[in-house]
Design a protein around this ligand. Structure first.
Ligand SMILES: Cc1ncc(COP(=O)(O)O)c(C=O)c1O
Length: 380
């Protein structure tokens, strides 16, 4: 039975491997990858004849349109650059939480969600507060919320944790931040493309993502939603594309763009924006809700199978706090050896610390999950 949502003509490796590694690098949309190489070839052959100034504007605008759909935002609230880390760093310096304030995050978040804020805190003297995880690497949302107080300036979370796939309720933490006069900033690199994100409904203040994981796009592109109130700030990184009229080129009369575009700053590997536009629109046309439901069925199957095989599954127990990512340890087995054995059987997952992280996506079928479980049974 093949019940994959993303077919193998679009994701060829899906028929060669049991590829459950989107939390590391998702399979790329073939047409997106082609768009990148077509752009690169045309540029090499014909320079600005092929890639005009109009194209240079539109390639990011088209991706911003896709990101606006992805986040349920207005396109004027979106900026594109080369990665989540770059955009988050620029935002952190723009917000610059001061001495006497605190930044709340989790110890299980991805470094790139929080290092930009830690770097600013190192400069200003702001405190960084950590929600600690239990033995299954789960964060208790009540413990996290209790860290937020009237001195909090930023609640900085990964929507989905990179290791366990734990999902945080965006509205809950945006509300908690706002009640205390803080902002809520989200790294969506592990959620965009696998579960819906709605900035209007949740009220979060900023969301940044890279595109090479669950968005099935390339390395080299990131998008950020920035709420209108934050668009008055001076970004940490500026350049010619931050100008209201990027073709002005009169250095001594810099005027910031009135929109989130002030967070864009320079050239990038523009071809990646073409690729990311193709893959993001493809996922949106399928519907992220549908993808989430497909992934939930597969990850439930995997989770139950792993438990039956005696694996120790990490992360939250309640279904509402889980995403497609499933992390597990296998008692008595060295995870590094175990991951190698699975790879030899063409079951692709990630070794992270002392656990194995499986992250199936739209191109996986229930047969894949069964095959993966059989390989795990054999390895045990
Ligand atoms: C939550 C999260 N944020 C950020 C990154 C990486 O950021 P960048 O693409 O900017 O290198 C990762 C990569 O694993 C991630 O899981």
């Amino acid at each position: 039975m093949t019940d994959r949502l993303g077919t193998s003509d679009i994701f060829p490796p899906a028929s060669q491997y049991v590829y459950m590694d989107a939390a590391s690098v998702g399979l790329s949309h073939t047409k997106g990858a082609e768009a990148i190489s077509d752009w690169q070839r045309a540029l090499a052959e014909r320079g600005t004849v092929a890639f005009t100034e109009k194209d240079e504007v539109e390639c990011l605008d088209n991706l911003n349109d896709a990101a606006a759909r992805l986040f349920n935002a207005d396109v004027t609230d979106i900026a594109t650059a080369s990665s989540e880390t770059v955009l988050m760093s620029s935002l952190a310096w723009a917000v610059m939480p001061g001495a006497g304030t605190n930044i709340v995050s989790t110890e299980t978040t991805h470094p790139s969600s929080v290092y930009p804020w830690m770097r600013v805190a190192e400069h200003t003297g702001a405190e960084v507060r950590w929600a600690r995880a239990d033995d299954s690497l789960t964060i208790d949302p009540d413990v996290l919320e209790d860290l937020i107080d009237e001195n909090t300036s930023v609640v900085c979370l990964s929507h989905v944790e990179w290791g366990t796939g734990q999902v945080f309720d965006l509205k809950r933490f945006a509300d908690a931040a706002h009640r205390n006069g803080a902002i809520c900033v989200i790294d969506a690199t592990q959620s965009a493309g696998q579960i819906p994100i709605d900035v209007a409904q949740s009220g979060v203040d900023a969301v940044a993502t890279s595109t090479y994981k669950w968005l099935c796009g390339p390395f080299g592109t990131g998008m950020m939603y920035v709420a209108p109130e934050l668009q008055k700030l001076s970004p940490g990184i500026i350049g010619w594309r931050s100008h209201k009229d990027m073709w002005d080129f009169q250095a001594d009369r810099f005027e910031y763009a009135d929109s989130a575009k002030r967070f864009e700053f320079g050239t990038m590997a523009y071809g990646t924006a073409f690729g990311a536009t193709v893959s993001t629109n493809y996922l949106l046309d399928l519907s992220i809700e549908r993808i989430a439901e497909h992934n939930r069925q597969n990850s439930d199957r995997l989770l139950n199978g792993l438990r039956e095989l005696g694996a120790e599954v990490l992360g939250p127990k309640d279904a509402a706090s889980r995403s497609a990512t499933v992390a597990a340890r296998f008692p008595g087995k060295d995870s590094a050896d175990f991951a190698r054995t699975l790879k030899e059987a063409d079951v692709i997952a990630s070794l992270r610390r002392d656990f194995i992280r499986f992250s199936p996506h739209l191109y996986n079928s229930s047969d894949d999950i069964n095959q993966g479980l059989s390989a795990i049974r054999a390895a045990l």
